[in-house]
Design a protein around this ligand. Sequence first.
Ligand SMILES: Cc1cc2nc3c(=O)[nH]c(=O)nc-3n(C[C@H](O)[C@H](O)[C@H](O)COP(=O)(O)OP(=O)(O)OC[C@H]3O[C@@H](n4cnc5c(N)ncnc54)[C@H](O)[C@@H]3O)c2cc1C
Length: 360
Amino acid sequence: MGYLVKGALDREIPLHTNVNVEELIGDGERVIGVRATRDGETLYIKANRGVVLAVSSYERNASYAKTLGHQLKVESMVMPSINGAHLRLAGPVGGRVARVPDVTLLGFHVPGEEQENGVPLWRGALPFLGLPHTIVVNRAGKRFANEGFYRYIYYATDIIDGNTQTHPNYPCWAILDQQARDKYPFGSLMPGQPMPEALRVSADSLEQLAEKIGVDAAALGGTVERFNGFCETGVDEDFHRGTHPWGALMCGDQSRQPNANLGPLERGPFYAIPLHRLAGGGIAASGLVADQHCQVMGWNDEPIAGLYVAGNSQACLDNGAFMQSGITNARGLTHGYLAGRNAAGKPSDLLQQAIQRLGL
Ligand SMILES: Cc1cc2nc3c(=O)[nH]c(=O)nc-3n(C[C@H](O)[C@H](O)[C@H](O)COP(=O)(O)OP(=O)(O)OC[C@H]3O[C@@H](n4cnc5c(N)ncnc54)[C@H](O)[C@@H]3O)c2cc1C
């Protein structure tokens, strides 16, 4: 962001903050500007080359999160302003929408941590779930995924058991022992800092902990015993935790060898933190369909002249119609580059080059 802002300032390009874009303006052939408001005042901004929609996604809009993301709750890590403006803006000019499955994130809210307007600040649990001395269990008291790799555990959380018509792995809890609390942060809670009671359940033994959260004590005890055995050998035979370099680096403890993601749960008190499904962590997948120059496509499969889309406002179709995750900043930067080239009348031929190189 710093480089982008500097680049704009160096070129004397004006930046307007606290502006809410409310409508696209067209002349019947192309998009030529926007109507916006700032402090109750209406602004009309003309766009000679085009308008780039880069207002992120819909994660804070309950109705859109439900119908596009299939998420029933809107707890999210993103700002309240991320509420689907791109869909409202592009709808009247015929912008086409693709629905791509969202990933369900797991998170928690530390009581007292709020964003603007008192909206709770939800924190993603991912960086803490794969740490040593920590596991995630379902209501059967069983681990169900590699906690150190989000593309595994988040999929597993969404699984539906067709026979029982339930989510067998949700609700779920992060279970950790005192060693984890002594060594590692948990969100904003630094090592050794007490965990607010409203955030967790704790007990001196695993049996008591299981009872408090309504999980079968023998099952939880068996799960921990098996996991502790994996910690001795350094090999998670059930879910291969620690085998992804990403997981070892992002949510492992490099001082633990041979496996940065394994460490036994053995020293009380023990803690259970209920994990909440989050509608988003800034990686919502549905959005506006674009061509290779990031021009918004209409339902007639023709690009809408003068309208571009970048970042999370664009449907994530680079993996196919499949769950998306991560690399959103790289994706957004690329979109901005491609849209800018096209709007300047110098469209990028990167796609053609890639097609040629791959012999497609
Ligand atoms: C905790 C966390 C960690 C993350 N880590 C990574 C990471 O490591 N790597 C990575 O690539 N991505 C990461 N992401 C995701 C990444 O931050 C987002 O995907 C990215 O910021 C989205 O960029 P964007 O430009 O699409 O939207 P944003 O950066 O969200 O910007 C959209 C802007 O548009 C404004 N806006 C909305 N509506 C209007 C309107 N009507 N008029 C005017 N303005 C409007 C919003 O206020 C906002 O300022 C992370 C996200 C979170 C929450």
